[in-house]
Design a protein around this ligand. Structure first.
Ligand SMILES: Nc1ncnc2c1ncn2[C@@H]1O[C@H](COP(=O)(O)OP(=O)(O)OP(=O)(O)O)[C@@H](O)[C@H]1O
Ligand SMILES: [Mg+2]
Length: 256
């Protein structure tokens, strides 16, 4: 079964026609990356999937339910992160997580909160108000809050924008763990390497439509291979940065 099905989706904001007939399917348990430039309509699309916006036309099924007619079923089956909407700046990171864990009726909210703090490298900052967090820490807290309660589908709107390379790798590992545990992950990104690293399938949203879709291998076939001009591979700046500051080390326990 497909976790997400979209056919002929249209959405305009007044006379701005953002989505012009989007078609896509996301297989349950897979990682699906939606690539697109600024303003392509990625956030609009994921907001329609998550019941935050209504489509003008087209069919949408999320975990078998239509977000327009069965919003409650859809909300129970998915988590959307990237909004920061749920973070309360007056509460500490730990209190934010505890609040969500209690709202979602986790059986051991304290345990859930501590595990997520650890997994997202936020234990040291856990007792500080979220309003004092850096942008990257807020992003990690937002992601952590999205994972409380374990919905079958997780939608990540630009999960790593603004993260340093270590937090980025940490986030990638968490996304891989989610998929390995059977969660369907749909993510939007502007980073081509992120899609390459993570996604089972990649869709390119351009001018309101999906203009290409497939596995990385399928997309690679669209272009002839480039000639290799250098034998030595220079380290990337990311390689150098990570060798100096160290790679993230806390990912091993992430699957617990
Ligand atoms: N509520 C709204 N009212 C009017 N226009 C909107 C609204 N939301 C989005 N838009 C417009 O729709 C277009 C698509 O926006 P959207 O946020 O979906 O793009 P995006 O692909 O997520 O871009 P980014 O990479 O910058 O996040 C943009 O031109 C944006 O200005
Ligand atoms: Mg966006």
């Amino acid at each position: 079964m497909n976790a997400i099905e979209v056919h002929g989706l249209h959405k305009s904001f007044k006379d701005l026609h953002v989505l012009h007939g989007v078609d896509l399917s996301v297989a349950a348990g897979s990682i699906y990356a939606l690539l697109g430039s600024n303003g392509a309509g990625k956030t609009t699309l994921v907001q329609i999937l998550s019941t935050l916006l209504r489509a003008d036309a087209g069919q949408v099924l999320v975990n078998g339910s239509n977000p327009a007619t069965h919003p409650q079923q859809v909300r129970e089956s998915l988590t959307l992160t990237g909004q920061f909407a749920t973070i309360d700046g007056m509460l500490t990171g730990r209190e934010n997580l505890l609040l969500i864990a209690r709202l979602r009726r986790a059986s051991e909210p304290e345990h859930v909160a501590e595990e997520l703090l650890k997994r997202f490298d936020l234990t040291e900052a856990a007792s500080r108000r979220a309003s004092t967090y850096s942008g990257g820490m807020l992003r990690r807290l937002d992601l952590a809050m999205g994972l409380v309660g374990k919905t079958p589908i997780v939608i990540l709107d630009e999960p790593t924008t603004g993260l340093d390379p270590q937090s980025r790798i940490l986030t990638w590992n968490i996304i891989r763990d989610l998929a390995a545990a059977g969660t369907t992950v749909m993510l939007t990104t502007q980073y081509l390497d992120e899609a390459e690293q993570l996604a089972d399938r990649i869709a390119i949203l351009h001018e309101g439509r999906i203009i290409q879709e497939g596995t990385l291998a399928e997309l690679r076939k669209l272009l002839p291979p480039a000639k290799i001009e250098h034998i030595l591979k220079e380290p990337t700046l990311e390689d150098i940065f990570l060798s100096l500051v160290g790679s993230p080390s806390i990912t091993e326990e992430a699957s617990s």
